[in-house]
Design a protein around this ligand. Structure first.
Ligand SMILES: NC(=O)c1ccc[n+]([C@@H]2O[C@H](COP(=O)([O-])OP(=O)(O)OC[C@H]3O[C@@H](n4cnc5c(N)ncnc54)[C@H](O)[C@@H]3O)[C@@H](O)[C@H]2O)c1
Length: 298
């Protein structure tokens, strides 16, 4: 096993199946030592099984090195144990891929607080907690004068950055992850850590019924970009979000300030009727659910 991430130590969360399994296998093929984290949940986050062990067995059968980790990524202390497990077993940590996720789709008018909390917890807290502990580890190394060339790759979704009805909880969490990516990139640059995110599209159990079966959307097509982002070569790229499906990769361009008006002081609300519609007309429209700007489809 050798390639573009030779000798790097990588944590992939939610790596028992779907897109995360593809990440773990490709990192191993490219020479990395992999911590295969997964609590083996159903798609809605309930239950647990030992599926991560199968991925570790696959990596070992290829001649690679990997260990199983069954922590819940949204458990703050569990996430600390996850980071510690990588360092204790493999001596260091270079790449954290936050991929674990669940779905509880519901139109907002019917959504329960429990459905909201479960999805926000696994995605948002489940990205924050491993990121927080990995970042503290790398800051400690940087402060001790050791070289750090580390990567965090988060997983957002078109649902969050473009907006998909029926996924208010999931989309809010995924938009939060995109925002967290930009902030973490700015905070952690000084320690030698880059932070990027992907918005993948792939046929997995999570997207059954959302992506037509037979569509060109193999989950293993997502890993090459993530492995490259985890490599030393990607040092100059941070704070970015990438759409990726099959062989197509695009940069998701973020929010930015568009056309402006300045009254030189506080507005009278009654005066804004003359101003805001014209301002909105001048601005680029929001992207469609597929990320394209209406009238400017690629
Ligand atoms: N499949 C797509 O088209 C698509 C699109 C956009 C975003 N995503 C995102 O990609 C990621 C992977 O999704 P997938 O399609 O491979 O789904 P999946 O259900 O096949 O895999 C998700 C994995 O996460 C694990 N997991 C869930 N909760 C966990 C927790 N608390 N701690 C540790 N592990 C946990 C599950 O056990 C499962 O193995 C998710 O973040 C998902 O939101 C997927």
């Amino acid at each position: 096993m050798s390639g573009i991430v030779d000798g790097r130590v990588v944590i992939v969360t939610g790596a028992a199946r779907g897109i995360g399994r593809g990440h773990a296998l490709e990192f191993a093929k490219q020479g990395a030592k992999v911590v295969v984290n997964d609590l083996g949940a159903e798609v809605d986050g309930t239950g647990s099984s030992g599926a991560a062990a199968e991925v570790v067995a696959e990596i070992e059968a290829m001649g690679g090195e990997a260990i199983v980790n069954g922590e819940d990524v949204s458990d703050f202390d569990g996430a600390e144990r996850l980071v510690r497990a990588a360092v204790e077993r493999f001596g260091d940590l270079h790449v954290l891929v936050n991929n674990a996720g669940i779905l509880r789709d519901r139109m907002l008018v019917n959504m329960s607080a429990e459905e909201w909390d479960a999805v926000i917890r696994v995605h948002l807290r489940g990205t924050f907690a491993p990121l927080r502990h990995a970042a503290a580890y790398w800051r400690g190394k940087a402060k001790a004068g050791e070289a750090v060339d580390a990567r965090i790759i988060n997983t957002t979704s078109s649902s969050g950055i473009y907006g998909n009805p029926g996924q208010g909880n999931y989309g809010a969490a995924k938009a939060g992850i995109a925002g967290l990516t930009v902030i973490a990139a700015r905070e952690l640059e000084r320690y030698g850590v880059t932070v990027n995110a992907i918005a993948p599209a792939a046929l997995t159990r999570m997207t059954e019924g959302l992506i037509p079966s037979g569509a060109n959307a193999d989950p293993d097509d997502i890993a090459p970009l993530v492995v490259w982002l985890g490599s030393a070569e990607a040092r100059g790229i941070t704070g970015r979000v990438f759409n990726v499906r099959a062989g197509v990769i695009s940069v998701a361009e973020g929010w930015h300030a568009g056309p402006a008006v300045d009254n030189g002081g506080r507005w009278d609300p009654a005066a804004l009727g003359e101003v805001i519609p014209a301002l909105v007309d001048k601005a680029a429209p929001n992207a469609l659910t597929n990320g394209q700007i209406p009238g400017r489809e690629a």
